[in-house]
Design a protein around this ligand. Structure first.
Ligand SMILES: [Zn+2]
Length: 372
């Protein structure tokens, strides 16, 4: 543990919601212990000063959708890119998540552990998700949720595939409902993977809290209305959607674009839907049907896309800091304020006005430790 007291001076501070001007931020051990105007005298006991002139200091970024493998390096890559928290939305073996939660100087991890899927799901088999994640009936749904909770899952994830794309395999309403209800009894948020209008509608009927991804085709207005009424949060993963479209074009000659993904997220934004930044980062080893996605820098790209669909740069930054902290209940982070975890990202320029500056990393602290 770094036991020194550090002051970061002269940087413009984005506190997770707003830009609050040039401040001096004091870090002691793993916490932010001071936040004062630059004119105030630097508090005593400071052992190290970082001059942030020409830079912006932000809360460490949160990637709300990624996938972990048994690889510490991916978490270190995240940290070096200012991504100090990563939410794992499904992995091939829940046991390595415990080890990854303990890695110092790397992004900290929250995880769904296993993902529930309808047994026989062709896509999930091809992704190497464990067999015990196949949920066959309402009793098994309770077994699945209880297993994840016992193993330390932070959230519950269900995969809603379009039956048209999955040999007609889907859950009856009562099975999915049993999953969602059991998770809510255990005070866990439920995240649904859904990529088509039909699976979006299912997710809404089942009462999930968040939907990840966004369809390649238009979403009917009635579904959008229902989504607003249910106050469902969306993690669109535009970075992944556009990468998939590109791959389908280049490798398979399928003339698909991510245009409707972008248009739909723009509609979500206009309608006031809570949108969070997630990338679907994954290493895909051994290779599966998945499309690999780099860790860390992909979140910078996602923030650029969120601005492209209409979020202001500050809103986009909030979608990777205070908003996911609030939604996922990560109350110790996502903001620069006294008492919060010292997960901090110093970058050159001013991403709260020019989002492209978010990739200009200068320094990163994870729980008060410099990692760059
Ligand atoms: Zn994913």
């Amino acid at each position: 543990m770094n036991m020194t007291i550090t002051a970061i001076t002269n940087a413009a501070v984005f506190d997770g919601e707003n830009t609050i001007g040039i401040k001096t931020v004091v870090v002691e051990d793993d916490l932010i212990t001071g936040l004062s105007s630059s004119e105030a005298s630097t508090p005593g006991g400071i052992e190290s000063i970082v001059d942030g002139s020409g830079c912006t200091l932000l809360p460490g970024l949160i990637d709300s959708h990624a996938h972990l493998y048994d690889r510490v390096a991916d978490l270190e890559t995240c940290a070096k890119n200012g991504v100090t928290t990563l939410l794992d939305m499904g992995n091939r073996d829940y046991r390595f998540v415990d080890r990854l939660r303990e890695v110092p100087r790397a992004a900290s991890v929250f995880s769904v552990l296993g993902v529930a899927y309808a047994p026989g799901s062709t896509m999930l088999k091809a992704m190497y998700f464990p067999e015990d994640c196949g949920v066959k009936d309402s009793v098994d749904a309770i077994r699945f949720v209880d297993d994840q909770v016992d193993r330390g899952a932070d959230f519950i994830k269900i995969i809603l595939e379009d039956p048209m794309q999955n040999n007609g395999i889907k859950w009856p309403f009562e099975v999915a409902k049993a999953l969602v209800d059991r998770a809510h009894e255990a005070k866990k948020l439920v995240i649904a993977h859904a990529v088509t209008p039909d699976s979006y509608l299912e997710a809404l009927q089942f009462g999930v809290d968040e939907i990840s991804h966004v369809p390649f085709v238009p979403l009917p207005q009635s579904t959008l209305d229902e989504l607003i009424a249910h106050k469902v949060t969306i993690v669109p993963t535009l970075t992944m959607m556009s990468t998939i479209a590109q791959k389908l074009n280049e490798s398979f000659g399928i003339p698909i674009t991510a245009d409707f993904c972008f248009k739909t997220v723009a509609e979500f934004h206009r309608a006031g839907v809570n949108i969070l930044a997630g990338t679907d980062a994954n290493f895909d080893d051994p290779p599966s049907m998945a499309t690999p996605m780099v860790y860390g820098s992909s979140l910078h790209r996602e923030l650029g896309y969120l601005v492209q669909v209409g979020l202001g740069p500050r809103e986009a930054l909030a979608a990777a800091t205070s908003r996911p902290a609030d939604f996922f209940g990560l109350s110790d982070r996502g903001r620069i304020a006294v008492g919060k975890r010292a997960d901090l990202y110093l970058c050159k320029g001013n991403p709260s006005e020019e989002i492209a500056d978010i990739c200009k990393a200068v320094q990163v602290w994870v729980a008060g430790e410099e990692v760059l």
